[in-house]
Design a protein around this ligand. Structure first.
Ligand code: UDP
Length: 237
């Protein structure tokens, strides 16, 4: 497969067209940003780790019958994925209060939510990705009612699969962000990435943060935390 023109460069990834219709190549970067791009930095080795972590977790979801964009890992930081048009929503799934939810609703970080919370944010960097509900989504035409119902059902199923996979590895799935896309054939599939950049992972016993919060909050040990997640997924411990 041959890489062609670069179609897009985001904060953490580049996307390239390929010589095969319907397939893209994503390339993960070591660049890190937080607070809507206000904080910038580099996490050495992050691109390669996120590439492997995301592919591992998407492979697991595929095995459980969830459609994802994953096609084939090419090398350290590049993966062939199905070309999609991204639905302009970030789906946030929460099991434990943290981050913006804890702040917005005055909850203690670490409080186990009695039931899973789903949130949607409109993907608009210029607006800071504002929270929207299903009425906004319908009125703005961000997704059809049918697609939104499917996105919600997939997100809850992904939460159940990942949560029970990670727990025996000593990882608590606090919250995470998902993005979905539509293929040229009109199929809704999971896209983007699932990694320590997009999830909050806490050590089950010590509650130590093993994710991007170490970068956001200047906690140190960022590289080691990302390595630890990959190590546990690869059968370490
Ligand atoms: N998240 C993300 N990208 C975003 C916003 C959030 O991947 O642009 C993830 C984040 O890593 C966390 C979850 O979504 O796992 C919930 O994030 P939250 O709304 O608490 O925002 P934060 O306080 O992290 O900005």
């Amino acid at each position: 497969m041959e890489k062609r023109v670069q179609l897009y460069e985001g904060k953490a990834k580049k996307v390239y067209a390929t010589d095969e219709k319907g397939l893209y190549i994503v390339s993960y970067k070591d660049d890190a940003t937080a607070f809507n791009g206000l904080k910038k930095g580099t996490i050495t080795g992050k691109g390669a780790i996120n590439n492997r972590v995301s592919n591992h977790l998407m492979g697991l979801l595929e095995k459980e019958g969830l459609p994802t964009h994953l096609v084939e890992e090419l090398n350290d930081r590049e993966t062939v994925v199905k070309a999609v048009q991204i639905v302009p929503l970030e789906v946030i799934v929460r099991n434990i209060a943290a981050g913006s939810l804890a702040k917005r609703l005055g909850l203690e970080e670490g409080w186990k939510l009695p039931s899973t919370v789903l949130e949607f944010c409109y993907k608009r960097d210029d607006l800071g990705d504002p929270l929207v509900n299903d009425y906004h989504i319908r009125a703005l035409g961000l997704a059809s009612d049918e697609d939104l119902a499917q996105i919600s059902a997939y997100s809850l199923k992904i939460n159940a699969i990942l949560g029970s996979y990670l727990l025996p590895l000593g990882i608590e799935l606090v919250d995470f962000k998902l993005e979905f896309g539509k293929t040229q054939e009109g199929n809704l599939i999971l896209a983007d990435e699932i990694s320590p950049d997009t999830c909050r992972f806490w050590d089950t016993k010590t509650k130590e943060k093993l994710d991007k919060d170490r970068f956001r909050r200047d906690l140190g040990g960022v590289e080691d935390a990302y390595k630890e997640i990959l190590f546990r997924l690869m059968g370490g411990l």
